[in-house]
Design a binder for this molecule. Structure first.
Ligand code: SF4
Length: 287
């Protein structure tokens, strides 16, 4: 079975991603973010290397189109702690480089700084600068300041961006804090920001209310009474989403970064060459 697949946004009618391949060296994800959407599809379990991954990738690359960029990874993390031991992502990157593919890394890990000579663009997710909140929300991912440090290092070599994603009402939607986060991101050398609001699914919602029981009533009101259903997800109302997204995009633009939203349905807030950071894989700045 093939491991290099054209990106599938799980039937989201709101996805604005360009055509790209998606590659996942690991199944599951040790980072265990409470809000993770992938758990509804693959369950909640630590990262496990895919069997015969490199052999299968080599076979897939023989008939893949090198004009399309490859993203590692859209729905698992290519740099879980296990990567330090298995080196599966690194082996995949070497193979992709040998076949002249452009590579975009999307991660919450920091180990990507080891592989900078093999990648073209990097998107790191940072949802908050609050270390305690990050530890609760993303228990096994490196703390935000380490992610910023890794970004800074990477920015000397490749084009970088940040996913401020997701924004959860009552947790990380404070405007002053968002502004501070965006400033830190810009100071680390990021040139692009993509943002989204949290979307509830039964399994991630259950984890979120278990960790933040004081928010349950408010979130039920915002997502289930006043919110809307899009695909299999509960979204905040369009009005509230718009207000949050407009603020993040506006502040990022003011700081001189490009910006976009992810699966929100506001085409006018796409203020970049791509929403997902694919354009960072093009070498010259400004493309
Ligand atoms: S890093 Fe991404 S794939 Fe891994 S648990 Fe967090 S949200 Fe899910």
């Amino acid at each position: 079975m093939s491991v290099l697949r054209q990106f599938d946004p799980w039937n989201s009618p709101l996805c604005t991603c360009p055509r790209k391949y998606s590659l996942h060296p690991y199944t599951g994800c040790t980072h265990m973010c409470l809000y993770c959407y992938a758990t509804a599809y693959v369950g909640r379990r630590p990262s496990q290397p895919k069997r015969d991954f490199i052999k299968r990738l080599a076979r897939d690359l023989r008939r893949a189109d090198p004009r399309l960029p490859v993203e590692l990874s859209s729905s698992s993390d290519p740099y879980p702690p296990e990567e330090g031991f298995f080196g599966l992502t690194r082996s995949a990157l070497k193979l992709l480089k040998a076949h002249n593919f452009r590579v975009l890394i999307t991660t919450k890990g920091t180990l990507f700084t080891r592989d900078l000579e093999l990648v073209d663009g990097v998107m790191v997710t940072i949802t908050t600068l609050d270390r305690e909140l990050a530890r609760k929300l993303e228990p096994n991912a490196p703390p935000p300041e380490e992610r910023l440090k890794a970004l800074k290092k990477a920015s000397e070599v490749v084009r970088i961006g940040v996913r401020v994603d997701p924004i959860v009402p009552g947790l990380n939607d404070d405007r002053k804090r968002i502004k501070e986060l965006l400033e830190a991101i810009r100071d680390a050398g990021a040139e692009h920001v993509v943002t989204s609001t949290y979307k509830a699914r039964p399994d991630n919602f259950k984890r979120m209310v278990q960790a933040f029981p004081e928010m349950e009533r408010e979130w039920r009101r915002l997502y289930y009474s006043e919110g809307v259903r899009v695909g299999g997800y509960r979204y905040l109302s369009a009005q509230l989403r718009r207000r949050i997204m407009e603020y993040v995009v506006g502040e990022a633009l003011k700081l001189g970064m490009s910006a976009a939203t992810c699966r929100e349905g506001f085409p006018d807030l796409l203020r970049a060459k791509s929403c997902d950071g694919t354009h960072l894989t093009l070498r010259e700045k400004g493309i």
